[in-house]
Design a protein around this ligand. Structure first.
Ligand code: NAP
Length: 322
C-alpha cells in the first residue's frame, strides 16, 4: 500500500488517481475527508490526520510500503514534513518520495525560506536511512490560474515581476506522472530529479500564447517587485508569502527557471505537457468575456500605471514519445 500525503492538492490528488488507475492500493492522509470524496469513490482509502498530529501519522503509515510526501508552502514545512519522516521510520516504510522545491532554491543558505525548508526536509530524510527520491519541480503552470487568470480575464493584462526571464513551466499533472512511476518502480532510490516543462519561455511569450488561446489580446507588463508586493498585500496575502513570492521572482529573474530537464519523457515515456496545450485547455479561465480583441479602457489604464511604475513599456497537446 502507498500512503499519499497531500492528496487534496494539485500533485497529490493526481498521484492518488494515477496510482489507483495503475492498480496500486492507495491510502490518503487527509485533514478533511469531505474534500476527498471523489478519491474515495475511486477506491482510495482515507485516513483522517494532520502533519501536526503524530498519532494520526502513525495510524496512517501502518502497513504502508511507500510514502508520497507533499504539503503546501508553509514556514513550518520542515517541522511538519519531519513529523511524517519520523513516523515513516517508526513504521519501517521502504521508500519516501518527496516533492521538493525548484532546484536552485533548495540549499541551506538559499535566498528563499521555503527552499531552505525543503533542503532541511531532504536532509532529514537522507539522515533517516529510509530510501528516498526527491522531485524538484519548476514553476507550476497551475500557478497561473491563481496568480495570472484573475487580472488577465478582467483587464487583459499579465502583470508579474519576471522581466524577460525564461521559465520552463511544468504542468503539475506531469509531476504526478513522474511520481507515480517512481512510486511503482525499484529503479529510483537515492535519486534527485528536476522536473520541468518541455521548454523555457518569458512572460511576454506567455502573453502571446494566452492571446492565441483566448482570441483576445493579452499584454505582459513587468511589475517592479515593490509594486508586486503592494498588490499582493492588497489581496490580503500574509507577509511571509509576499516575501516568498518576491524572493522567488528574483531567483527566476536571475535565470533559475531556465533549465529544461528531460525527466518527464525519460521516466513516463510521454512528452511533457506544453504551455500552448495548457492555455488551450484552460482558455476559459483567462477569457475576458465578450470577445474583446483590443484592450479595454480599464486595461489601458492598468497598463499605463503598471508600465509607468515599472519604467518599462509593453513589451498542444500531449503526444506519446515516439
Ligand atoms: N507552485 C510552484 O510553482 C512550486 C514549484 C516548485 C515546488 N513547489 C512545492 O510544491 C509543494 C506543493 O505546493 P502547492 O501549494 O502547490 O500544494 P497544494 O496543491 O496546495 O497541496 C497541498 C496539500 O498539502 C496538504 N496539507 C497542507 N498542510 C497539511 C497538514 N498540516 N497536514 C496534512 N496535509 C496538509 C493540503 O491539504 P488541505 O487540502 O487540507 O489543505 C493539500 O492536500 C510545496 O512544497 C511547494 O514548495 C511548488
Amino acid at each position: 500500500m502507498i500512503l499519499v500525503i497531500g492528496a487534496t492538492g494539485k500533485i497529490g490528488g493526481e498521484v492518488a488517481r494515477l496510482l489507483v488507475a495503475a492498480g496500486s492500493p492507495v491510502r490518503a492522509l487527509v485533514r478533511d475527508p469531505s474534500k476527498a470524496t471523489a478519491l474515495a469513490a475511486r477506491g482510495v482509502g482515507l485516513a483522517t490526520g494532520d502533519l501536526t498530529d503524530t498519532a494520526s501519522l502513525d495510524a496512517a503509515m501502518r502497513g504502508a510500503e511507500r510514502v508520497f510526501l507533499v504539503s503546501g508552502q508553509d514556514l513550518r514545512q520542515a517541522e511538519l514534513q519531519g513529523n511524517a519522516v519520523d513516523a515513516a521510520v517508526r513504521a519501517e516504510v521502504g521508500h519516501i518520495v518527496k516533492v521538493s522545491g525548484i532546484a536552485p532554491s533548495v540549499s541551506p543558505g538559499g535566498p528563499a525560506e521555503i527552499g531552505r525548508q525543503h533542503w532541511r526536509t531532504e536532509h532529514r530524510i537522507e539522515e533517516s536511512g529510509v530510501p528516498f527520491t526527491f522531485l524538484r519541480p519548476g514553476f507550476f503552470m497551475q500557478n497561473l490560474l491563481e496568480t495570472a487568470a484573475p487580472m488577465v480575464s478582467r483587464l487583459g493584462l499579465l502583470a508579474a515581476p519576471m522581466a524577460r526571464a525564461p521559465i520552463a513551466m511544468v504542468d503539475a499533472r506531469d509531476i504526478a506522472a513522474v511520481a507515480t512511476e517512481v512510486l511503482t518502480s525499484e529503479n529510483h532510490y537515492e535519486r534527485v530529479y528536476d522536473v520541468t516543462g518541455p521548454r523555457a519561455f518569458p512572460y511576454a511569450e506567455l502573453a502571446a500564447i494566452l492571446t492565441r488561446a483566448t482570441g483576445q489580446r493579452v499584454r505582459y507588463v513587468h511589475t517592479p517587485p515593490a509594486l508586486a508586493a503592494t498588490v499582493l498585500r492588497r489581496q490580503g496575502r500574509p507577509d511571509w508569502q509576499i516575501e516568498h513570492l518576491v524572493e522567488m521572482a528574483e531567483l527566476f529573474r536571475a535565470g533559475a527557471g531556465a533549465t529544461v530537464s528531460g525527466t518527464v519523457r525519460e521516466l513516463t515515456g510521454l512528452a511533457p505537457r506544453s504551455i500552448e496545450g495548457f492555455a488551450a485547455e484552460y482558455a476559459g479561465a483567462f477569457d475576458q468575456g465578450g470577445g474583446a480583441r483590443l484592450l479595454r479602457p480599464a486595461a489601458r489604464i492598468g497598463l499605463t500605471v503598471a508600465g509607468r511604475a515599472a519604467g518599462v513599456s509593453r513589451s498542444g497537446r500531449r503526444h506519446r514519445a515516439g
